[in-house]
Design a protein around this ligand. Structure first.
Ligand code: GDP
Ligand code: IMO
Ligand code: MG
Length: 421
């Protein structure tokens, strides 16, 4: 029985999912996004070109594969159109390659405004969202007020839209939030027409039929496990289930049809937006990770907070997702470091724990294990055996601690800078 393999982030997003999906796509016939929306920014580099994808799956550059935007995704027609048109201009016409689930929810212009209004109302405790209307759209989905891609095909589409907009306007009035959506709304109505050029499908039926037909499918996650609405550092999370279980609800596949679960992590940690980050560095080392790793958001350009690898969090993410293979990214960023630290436990109120705590806001002191740096250019390596011993010790320690093999090591942003063991 063919199964869906899954790629998902084990930290706070931006682990390098886009790059790895692109690298693994040749092994698959279909790539499908199962949650999130244009809050994602997935970067791919090859042949000297760089692309950032937000709603479109990262399998589109590997010729002729089917790419599906699943029902668990929230779609902003305006941003989707801009993304697809830019790709078309660079020679990638997706109209035959890309399908969209009828059940994916639409981000309306007023969702974006609501996102900004809710953030403003939170003041200093704001989440630091991407401002793309993600929270309000998922809220409408769960409160049974949402609008779906399939609704665009309904003769009542304008009425459904007007009802949703009127509801949002009422909330915005109660928040005393002033805004003008005239231009955005005009763009949105044009963009939803553009959306109809793509195949709008019953994706759950098509995906299960593909599996029955022995076709291989790769599910691409967005964000990361520590941003999951149930298991992340709540409330500083996104509004979807970024974890493996999200594949079942976001694509309509049964749990027994989940195959390999590839968990991606950076050799250190980053986080963008507010919220707890136990191993965050506020010193020169943090600065170095940021500048060498070019740690600035692919979507918002915001500086990413940086810190050491956190094995407490990583093991928690592995447990929640049932990770079967690990993929380590951006090892090259620490090439020149004398010492590398890894958190193996936390001290909270004088008590040592290896559990990711419920209350992540208090004073969490990481307990570190130190490793000597490898002090050489990993980007020159072509096989695992060529890695310096100090680097192999770092990798093997992670394997030992987590009990999961590190199967792929990324040593640079380009497609080719990837070592598969
Ligand atoms: P995603 O959201 O998980 O797809 O990750 P992003 O694209 O937001 O961020 C990852 C960033 O790291 C991008 O700029 C990638 O080009 C870059 N990147 C990916 N892998 C590596 C690597 O192994 N080394 C270095 N130096 N950069 C990498
Ligand atoms: P990719 O797929 C990193 C963060 C935001 C904010 C929180 C909630 O590129 O890894 P939202 O707009 O979702 O309501 O914001 O989640 N966030 C991400 N951080 N990578 C992402 O996606 C993110 N998507 C959302 O910064 O803290
Ligand atoms: Mg990203």
């Amino acid at each position: 029985m063919k199964k869906v393999d899954v790629i998902l982030g084990l930290q706070w997003g931006d682990e390098g999912k886009g790059k790895v999906v692109d690298v693994l796509t040749p092994r698959y016939e279909v790539v499908a996004r199962f949650q999130g929306g244009p809050n994602a920014g997935h970067t791919l580099e090859f042949n000297g070109e760089k692309y950032v994808l937000r709603s479109i799956p990262s399998g589109i550059f590997q010729g002729g594969k089917t790419n599906i935007i699943g029902n668990g995704v929230v779609l902003d027609a305006v941003l989707f159109r801009a993304e697809a048109e830019e790709l078309a201009r660079s020679g990638h016409d997706l109209t035959r390659q890309l399908c969209i689930s009828k059940k994916a929810h639409l981000i309306l212009p007023t969702h974006r405004i609501l996102d900004a209004a809710y953030e403003a109302a939170k003041g200093s405790s704001k989440i630091g969202t991407t401002g793309k209307g993600i929270g309000p759209t998922y809220t409408d989905k769960v409160s049974r007020n949402g609008m779906r891609v399939g609704d665009l095909l309904s003769p009542d589409f304008r009425e459904i839209y007007a009802r949703a907009k009127a509801r949002h306007e009422q909330i915005l009035r109660s928040l005393n939030y002033t805004y003008d959506i005239t231009e955005l709304e005009a763009q949105w109505f044009e963009a939803v027409e553009y959306l109809k050029r793509f195949r709008i499908i019953d994706s759950e039926y098509e995906i299960n039929a593909l599996l029955d037909d022995d076709k291989s499918i790769l599910a691409e996650g967005a964000q990361g496990t520590l941003l999951d609405v149930d298991f992340g550092s709540y409330p500083f999370v996104t509004s979807s289930n970024t974890v493996c279980a999200g594949v079942c609800t976001g694509l309509g596949v049964a749990p027994r049809r989940i195959g390999e679960v590839y968990g991606i992590f950076k050799a250190y940690c980053t986080r963008v937006g507010s919220g707890p980050f136990p191993t965050e560095l506020f010193d020169q080392t943090g600065e170095q990770l940021c500048s060498i790793g070019h740690e600035f958001g692919a979507v918002t350009g915001r500086r990413r907070r940086c810190g050491w690898l956190d094995l407490v969090a990583l093991k928690y993410s592995i447990m929640i997702n049932g990770v079967t293979q690990l993929i380590m990214m951006k090892s090259d960023v620490m090439n020149d470091f004398d010492t590398i630290k890894v958190a193996t436990a936390y001290e909270i109120d004088g008590e040592r724990t290896t559990r990711f705590p419920f209350e992540t806001e208090g004073d969490i002191k990481p307990v570190y294990r130190e490793f000597p740096g490898w002090k050489c250019d990993l980007r020159k390596v072509t096989r695992y055996e060529e890695f310096p011993e100090a680097f192999k010790r770092y990798v093997e320690f992670i394997e030992q601690e987590t009990g999961v093999p590190v199967k792929i090591i990324s040593i640079g942003p380009d497609r080719g800078e990837t070592i598969v063991r």
